[in-house]
Design a protein around this ligand. Structure first.
Ligand SMILES: Cc1cc2nc3c(=O)[nH]c(=O)nc-3n(C[C@H](O)[C@H](O)[C@H](O)COP(=O)(O)O)c2cc1C
Length: 174
């Protein structure tokens, strides 16, 4: 595994440019179209709460694009950790390891008063980032975590995302 943390300033405009040019170089495929049932319903509810919390109407395409573009500017954070992994087999096990690392990283940030935003969207630019930071081809990018001291007044930080109750997400056997 390789974690690259970089100051975000040099990369901000660069990722926006790639987005506007539609130049995506992901290592792994992902589509919200693959979601179904409860997962689709939860994803829609989360999106709705997020856009509503930011005051963006459903038909405001420009507003929605502006919000998506926060990703390319790392939500204004000064640093981003980019999580790369060596490719083994079907990659599932090592991807799980990286997910656990990411969670621990987020908790460590919180323990120090920092805030982190996990961003799978950054994986759309894996090839571009690899080239920019001179990372060997054998490392595949999963996601990034932008981090810094959170601004308590930012509207995104005041949104309360619901969580499904444990009784709904866990099946207990006895
Ligand atoms: C693994 C993971 C990847 C995520 N990727 C993105 C992303 O690419 N872009 C984004 O805007 N939000 C993404 N999110 C959601 C936000 O980072 C954040 O978790 C969400 O707004 C809920 O905030 P909360 O966990 O503080 O309630 C992701 C969340 C997780 C857990």
């Amino acid at each position: 595994m390789q974690v690259c943390t970089t100051h975000t300033r040099p990369t901000r405009l660069f990722l926006l440019e790639k987005e506007e040019a539609g130049e995506y170089t992901p290592d792994f495929t992902f589509s919200f179209d693959d979601y179904y049932g409860d997962y689709l319903a939860r994803q829609k509810a989360q999106g709705k709460a997020y856009y509503q919390g930011l005051g963006i109407e459903r038909d405001d395409a420009e507003g929605r694009r502006r919000v998506v573009n926060y990703n390319h500017t790392f939500f204004g954070a000064p640093h981003v950790a980019l999580l790369f992994m060596p490719a083994f087999g079907d990659n599932v096990r090592v991807a799980g390891d990286i997910g656990m690392y990411g969670q621990t990283f987020l908790l460590s940030c919180a323990a120090r008063g920092l805030g982190g935003v996990p961003q799978t969207l950054l994986g759309l630019f894996a090839g571009t980032i690899r080239e920019f930071l001179d990372i060997p081809d054998e490392y595949k990018m999963l996601f990034g975590i932008s981090f810094g001291f959170p601004d308590p007044n930012a509207s995104a930080n005041r949104i309360k995302m619901d969580r499904v109750p444990v009784t709904e997400s866990v099946t207990f056997h006895s």
